[in-house]
Design a protein. Structure first.
Length: 132
């Protein structure tokens, strides 16, 4: 599939009901329209990234995973996704729960690390706004 977390995406129907999976589609050279597709069908269509978000939190939305296709990395796609999510959910508190090696990416975008033993990786990242 070309994703770092292929096993996570292989069975989207097996994810918890609170999880929403989004696919980022890229415009082809022939002008075929790209965009964001919120269907759980992750097996078809040309996508360049996949996002998993969890709305199970009472007062926030969690970005559980952003996975950019390996051959599409280094083009700012993940940063574009985060900016789009911040714009779309401007009035909602956002957290991210990345693996340790991705914490620097979030810090570079202005997100604040908070240690939290209840999180899978022992910490979470808070969006740069909404947590005052």
């Amino acid at each position: 599939c070309g994703y770092e977390f292929d096993s996570y995406w292989s069975d989207p129907e097996g994810l918890e009901d609170s999880i929403c999976v989004f696919r980022v589609l890229k415009v082809d050279d022939d002008g075929e329209r790209g965009g964001v597709d919120d269907k759980k069908d992750t097996q078809s269509g040309k996508d360049v990234a996949r996002i998993s978000m969890d709305g199970n939190c009472d007062d926030c939305i969690e970005i559980a995973l952003i996975d950019v296709r390996e051959d599409e990395r280094g083009q700012g796609i993940a940063r574009w996704i985060v900016d789009a999510i911040l714009d779309k959910f401007a009035d909602t508190k956002l957290i991210a729960t990345p693996e340790e090696e991705l914490a620097g990416f979030w810090e570079h975008l202005g997100w604040r690390r908070v240690e939290d033993a209840d999180e899978l990786h022992g910490f979470k990242m808070l969006a740069p706004r909404g947590w005052d």
